[in-house]
Design a protein around this ligand. Structure first.
Ligand code: MN
Length: 234
């Protein structure tokens, strides 16, 4: 291929106990997938799932310092279980959906909550609230061979040592195989697609200098620090 200019590097996430990385294709996110979080956002907890996406190059590794993003005064955390698609498909039945999963990771669906709320209230797309630079902390990835398919167990996030989110994976309204099946009826899933499966209750703002510790039972814990705004975004 003779490109006019050099393509950007392939977006990727780390793999536990390995120097190999997983190339990221798309990032699908499930909205309001824990009943208590749906209620804290003022929504009904029985609605069918809906989705939004983030660009692949929004991913950042665990252990990173993330610059406080521009255009917000309310950067919010959302700890999430991330399912990593290893085998693609369309119209995947729920019964075989987990066969398409390579593994799992801890994620954070960082959100410019004030922007998201303004966009939502104006019936406009959420992208500017959700799909900004560095908005998807993911990793490291754990293969199914090592961790199985986490379906119950704690999912937690603390900020500067204070517990903010403390849910259980079994509180998901739509579980991972259901979500895979539903997405695949709408568009093809392919290897390297990530599915951020929603966040439990307890979302809230973070500030520059905050240290976020995320943990999911069976997947260990990962830390992210919120840094100052990037140069030019002050
Ligand atoms: Mn989310």
């Amino acid at each position: 291929m003779d490109f006019v200019f050099a393509p950007q590097p392939q977006a990727s996430i780390a793999v536990s106990n390995s120097t190999s990385r997983i190339p990221v294709r798309r990032i699908f996110c499930v909205g309001r997938n824990y009943a208590a979080h749906a209620r804290e956002m003022g929504m009904n907890d029985r609605d069918p799932p809906f989705f939004f996406t983030k660009p692949a190059d929004a991913v950042v590794d665990a252990g990173s310092t993330i610059p406080y993003p521009p255009e917000t005064a309310d950067l919010s955390h959302e700890v999430e279980l991330v399912a990593i698609i290893g085998t693609g498909g369309r119209n995947i039945p729920v019964q075989t959906a987990l066969d398409h999963v390579w593994g799992y990771a801890i994620g954070n669906d960082f959100t410019r909550r004030d922007l998201q709320a303004r966009l939502r209230d104006a019936s406009r797309p959420w992208d500017w609230g959700k799909a900004f630079d560095h908005s998807a902390m993911v990793g490291p990835a754990w293969p199914v061979a090592e961790v199985g398919h986490p379906q119950r167990g704690f999912i937690r996030l603390s900020v500067n040592g204070a517990l903010r989110q403390d849910g259980n994976l079994d509180e998901m309204i739509w579980n991972v195989p259901e979500v895979i099946s539903i997405i695949s009826r709408s568009m093809a899933l392919l290897p390297g697609d990530l599915i951020m499966s929603g966040t439990p209750a307890g979302i809230g703002p973070v500030q520059s200098g905050d240290v976020l510790v995320h943990s999911i039972e069976g997947l260990g814990e990962v830390t992210v620090t919120i840094g100052p705004p990037a140069p030019g975004n002050a």
